[in-house]
Design a protein around this ligand. Structure first.
Ligand code: TRP
Length: 335
């Protein structure tokens, strides 16, 4: 029986924060341990170029994200862990797909539409600052998915449309050139927590309200102390419902610990004390991984080797698929 191929990409921009850990990294690593699936996890570094054109930041972020996933327990022997830019067939396929993907389909992509909308609101030319990379982003993403004929693609809500576009593009190609690609399906997990940030809104780099994952303990403590709370004094009972402190606690605690904290809130635990306990809990969970992270960040050649090995294991598959695609579209040797 062929295993289910589950594939997802991580755009390599920014520094991982607690929200990424709880909402994406921790569940993805857990899912990659399911022996009935073949897991593909890659660093979408070509996608990063659409968002960031500072070379040093691009390079740094890619390294940090690679080290983060490995430090948190991703097993590169059991999972295909690789960089998009180490699989040249991805960009080759992307061009072939570009030639059959409908422009009208791309016009409807939310990310592109939002950029046009923002320009119009600002009274700018509609295409101001919009690169072809941003416009064609869903085609590159389709190539990522189709190059390994992934069955399932776990993504956040904002990415569902892109996976549906990949499916559309594959369907159109299959219809015109013959059965070539597996039609992928987006998988959205509604149970993973969307962590709140320092100001109570969704933790996100774009809001500047994040708690870095692998800062030094002092920095973690400082961030946690900045979490917005109300002005209730110690001794006054507190609501758990929209408390960010309580929400983050729950993302790290087991059921009995959640009950204990709920009780402590009802009994009026002071914010300072609640934050101190939160810091200790989060720090306990992250300390061993932080050590592994620091070690990997200091060993770039080791990281490089792991990622190169991941790509090498996959190249036979991506080359074989590309051969089929070339033949299907008529790019054939003359002999
Ligand atoms: N666009 C995705 C994001 O920003 C990352 C990504 C790139 C991806 N290629 C992919 C996700 C292929 C799933 C499959 O989150």
């Amino acid at each position: 029986m062929t295993p289910t191929r589950v594939l997802t990409g991580i755009t390599t921009t920014g520094t991982p924060h607690l929200g990424n850990y709880v909402g994406a990294i921790r569940p993805a690593i857990a899912a990659s341990q399911d022996p009935s699936v073949e897991a593909y996890l890659f660093l979408a570094d070509y996608h990063a170029l659409i968002k960031n054109q500072n070379p040093d930041e691009v390079a740094q972020s890619s390294r940090e994200i690679a080290a983060t996933w490995l430090a948190l327990g991703l097993d590169p022997e059991k999972t295909f862990f690789y960089r998009q830019s180490d699989i040249p067939e991805v960009t080759e396929l992307s061009w072939v797909l570009t030639c059959s993907a409908a422009k009208g389909l791309m016009n409807r992509a939310h990310a592109y539409k939002a950029a046009v909308q923002a320009n119009e609101t600002a009274g700018e030319d509609p295409d101001y600052g919009i690169t072809m990379g941003l416009f064609s982003y869903p085609i590159l993403m389709a190539a990522d998915i189709l190059i390994f004929n992934a069955h399932r693609v776990p993504v956040g809500r904002d990415q569902i449309q892109h996976v549906e576009m990949a499916r559309d593009i594959a369907q159109r190609f299959n219809h015109h050139y013959g059965e070539t690609f597996t039609l992928p399906e987006a998988v959205v997990d509604d149970h993973v927590a969307v962590l709140k940030g320092l100001d109570g809104r969704k933790m996100s780099k774009s809001y500047g309200n994040t708690i870095p994952l692998f800062g030094q303990p002092k920095q973690l403590q400082k961030s946690i102390n900045k979490i917005k709370t109300n002005l209730l004094e110690p001794g006054e009972p507190k609501e758990t419902d929209d408390s960010t402190v309580f929400q983050i606690w729950c993302a790290f605690a087991d059921e009995p610990e959640r009950q204990q904290m709920r009780q402590a809130f009802a009994e009026g635990i002071g914010w300072g004390e609640a934050k101190k306990q939160l810091f200790e809990r989060v720090n306990d969970e992250l300390a061993p991984a932080r050590e592994a992270y620091d070690r990997l960040m200091a060993a770039p050649e080791e990281l490089e080797e792991i990622l190169k090995a991941g790509a090498e294991r996959l190249r036979p598959r991506s080359s074989a698929l590309l051969e089929t695609v070339r033949d299907a579209v008529g790019l054939r040797g003359y002999r």
